[in-house]
Structures are given as structure tokens and as C-alpha cells.
Design a protein around this ligand. Structure first.
Ligand SMILES: C[S@@+](CC[C@H](N)C(=O)[O-])C[C@H]1O[C@@H](n2cnc3c(N)ncnc32)[C@H](O)[C@@H]1O
Length: 246
């Protein structure tokens, strides 16, 4: 067997194991896990693009809801030298996997102490850091509107002025819930979307669809203004490219 075959096989085996781990955790608690499978590479790239936009400048980055690390791996590979990354994951089994990922990631030789894995709910994260980029993988549409309000408020607090928050939502979930869930569940879902729409109106700078993900997803970029006086201004809808791939 040559090197390519063995490394290719290793990657496939790792993806397979990751898929099963994810499915098992979804079966245990679908509400918190929020998905049946990890995000695709295309989705991970779009979520982490703002990290590249800062060039070689060292950054403070937060990833919330990292799961088995499909976005984390892309994120780590894109971090500039000297950057610091806080990874927050509520599920203790996922958090243990993420610690393993950090220990073994080849990009991190000599940089591992700049990466911290916190097994916690992000709304309870105790830190005095502020972040240039926050990447959120949280399944907002499974939460209550009050929880989403708390988490979005906390993200905005944790962002540096001028910083960017990225997050995603699966396409079509509102329609699916209206068809399959109770009226109370459908109302909760709509109320969560209303909370998110309020943040999008104030802070969104872009929105793209990622069709190469199962299920297809929509990615949002929100920008905390450098000047607080501009935070009350509505986002400019012309910069929001709905339904386009990046
Ligand atoms: C939809 S999965 C996304 C996983 C991964 N980022 C990906 O894209 O494949 C959501 C993840 O968020 C975690 N999670 C849910 N609520 C959380 C919270 N309040 N704080 C931190 N992590 C949370 C879940 O345990 C799960 O791993």
C-alpha cells in the first residue's frame, strides 16, 4: 500500500467515525446536537472566510458549538501565526474529541497552548477576551426565543468593535416544522426567526446559500460596527446577496 492510499484511507475512516459519533449524539439529544451529520467542507469554508480577511494579523477567534470539529479543522488551518482560539462545546463527549483534535493537528506545532477547549454552554462562558471573529455552529431554531436573544446579545458583547460573527441555519426547516410539528412548536420556531431577523436588520453584511451541505444551509455574516453610533442603523439590504453561492 502506498502513502497516498493509507492517508486517503485514514481520512475516509476518520470521516466515517465522525459521522457515526454525530449520529449517536443526535439520537441521544437532537435538540442540543441540532443536526444528523457534521457540516460539509463548503459550509466550513464559508463560515471561516472572515479569518482570512485579516491577512497575517494575529487574531482572537471563538468557535461555539464545534461538535466533532468539522469547522474547527478548517478554522485552525486558516489561523495566522500568534492567533488564539477558544472552542466552546456543551457536549462533554464532543469536547473530549475536540481536545484530541487540538493535540494532533499538524498545523499547531508549537502553538497548541493558544487553543483552549471549554466544555460549557457558550452563554455561560467566563472570559475577559474579545474576539475579532466568532464562528457559531449553534442550532438556534431548536432553542427558545429567550435563549437566542441571550446568546446573540452575548456574541455582540464578546465581539471586538469591527469584528464579525458568522452562523448558519438549515434551509427549509420552518416549512418542515409547520408541516410536522405542533402549532406551539411552529410558533416557537417563527419567534426564534424573528429574534434573528432583528439582529440581521441591524448588523448583517452578507448571507449566502450553501447547496453543498446536507441539508443545504444559509450562512449569515454580522458585523459589530467600530463606531457604536452606527449600530442603530439598519444593515444595507443591497449588501445581502440572498440565495447566491459565494
Ligand atoms: C449543529 S451542531 C454543529 C457542529 C459543528 N459545528 C458542525 O458544523 O458540524 C451544534 C453543536 O452545538 C453544540 N451546542 C448546542 N448548544 C450549545 C451551547 N449553548 N453552547 C455550546 N455548544 C452548544 C451541540 O452540542 C453541537 O455539537
Amino acid at each position: 500500500m502506498d502513502d497516498w492510499t493509507t492517508s486517503h484511507d485514514r481520512v475516509l475512516a476518520q470521516r466515517n467515525a465522525e459521522g457515526w459519533t454525530f449520529l449517536l449524539e443526535a439520537a441521544r439529544d437532537l435538540r442540543t446536537t441540532g443536526a444528523l451529520a457534521p457540516s460539509s467542507k463548503a459550509l466550513a469554508r464559508l463560515l471561516t472566510d472572515p479569518v482570512d480577511e485579516h491577512g497575517a494579523h494575529p487574531l482572537n477567534v471563538l468557535e461555539a458549538g464545534a461538535g466533532t470539529g468539522s469547522v474547527t479543522r478548517t478554522l485552525i488551518a486558516r489561523l495566522s501565526l500568534g492567533s488564539r482560539l477558544d472552542i466552546v462545546e456543551a457536549n462533554p463527549r464532543f469536547a473530549a474529541r475536540l481536545r484530541g483534535l487540538v493535540r494532533s493537528h499538524p498545523h499547531l506545532t508549537g502553538e497548541r497552548d493558544r487553543i483552549r477547549v471549554h466544555q460549557a454552554f457558550v452563554e455561560d462562558l467566563d472570559t475577559d477576551r474579545h474576539y475579532d471573529v466568532i464562528v457559531s455552529g449553534l442550532p438556534f431554531t431548536n432553542f427558545t426565543p429567550a435563549q437566542v436573544e441571550t446568546i446573540m446579545g452575548r456574541y455582540l458583547e464578546l465581539l471586538q468593535p469591527g469584528g464579525t460573527l458568522t452562523y448558519f441555519a438549515y434551509r427549509g426547516t420552518r416549512y418542515a416544522r409547520t408541516l410536522t410539528a405542533s402549532p406551539a412548536e411552529a410558533r416557537r420556531h417563527r419567534a426564534v426567526e424573528d429574534v434573528l431577523a432583528g439582529y440581521q436588520r441591524r448588523y448583517a453584511t452578507g448571507c449566502w446559500s450553501v447547496w453543498g451541505n446536507l441539508p443545504p444551509a444559509k450562512v449569515w455574516y454580522l458585523h459589530r460596527p467600530a463606531d457604536p453610533a452606527t449600530s442603530a442603523a439598519p444593515a444595507v439590504p443591497a449588501t445581502v446577496t440572498l440565495g447566491a453561492s459565494r
